[in-house]
Design a protein around this ligand. Structure first.
Ligand SMILES: Cc1cc2nc3c(=O)[nH]c(=O)nc-3n(C[C@H](O)[C@H](O)[C@H](O)COP(=O)(O)O)c2cc1C
Length: 214
């Protein structure tokens, strides 16, 4: 049993998305003592933007690739292999400028070169996954910025619909309360959102424990 865990917040201290991911991992490991974890930290080990040479190597049949092409695609293949080799998936992401962190988009551009992860029968289809998110603002129905969050819908599309992971999304909102004075009056709502998110990730991990053991 192997958990794939990816963090993408630029900050390693005080990150809410990393905190939620850590809660999930701790709870999941309690149900799977000794399980393996593949960890990717896109802040401390950044993935470069996709290069044309890498894309061309992906389009070249393996047995016809030059040494340069093999080198150009080595990282992309390693990233895809990490996904293929796991059983359970944990992704964490903030919202930056109403989208996903660019380092996370770059990671997707690399793994998307492996077409086995997409198409009619994606290799990861049906495997359990959780996406935890931290959002400085709030984007629910009736909020002033409803519809501005392009990060969560895009990640749902990629992970849930394209890769067809069995995805649950858990988000803490209003993490900028206490940082942005305009949001300070919403501190109680922010605290409740974080507490609910923490409880939800633990429940998801415990639920998966039962399912995997069954
Ligand atoms: C570069 C940058 C851009 C951000 N853009 C947004 C944004 O568009 N909308 C939003 O709600 N919060 C935004 N935030 C706030 C973060 O989403 C929030 O601080 C979140 O908690 C960050 O995740 P973390 O706690 O895991 O680091 C931004 C933060 C940074 C650093």
């Amino acid at each position: 049993m192997r958990l794939f865990h990816l963090d993408s917040s630029l900050r390693t201290d005080g990150s809410v998305s990393r905190d939620l991911a850590g809660c999930f991992q701790d709870a999941w490991l309690k149900g799977h003592p000794g399980a393996d974890v593949t960890y990717r930290d896109l802040a401390t080990d950044q993935v470069p933007h996709l290069a044309h040479a890498t894309q061309m190597a992906a389009l070249t049949p393996k047995d016809l690739r030059t040494a340069d092409q093999n080198a150009a695609i080595a990282l992309s293949e390693e990233l895809a292999r990490e996904l293929l080799d796991a059983d359970v998936y944990l992704f964490s992401s903030p919202i930056y400028n109403w989208g996903v962190p660019s380092q996370l988009k770059a990671w997707f551009d690399h793994v998307a070169l492996d077409r086995s992860l997409f198409g009619e029968a994606p290799a990861l289809a049906g495997r359990p996954a959780v996406l935890v998110m931290a959002k400085g603002g709030a984007y629910g129905p009736g909020t002033p910025r409803e519809g501005w969050d392009y990060a969560e819908p895009w990640l749902r599309r990629m992970l849930g619909e394209v890769m067809r992971l069995d995805l649950e999304v858990i988000a803490a909102e209003l993490t900028l309360a206490g940082v942005n004075p305009a949001l300070n009056h919403l501190q109680d709502v922010a605290d409740a959102s974080l507490a609910a998110a923490r409880a939800a990730v633990v429940a998801r991990a415990e639920g998966l424990g039962g399912r995997v053991a069954a």
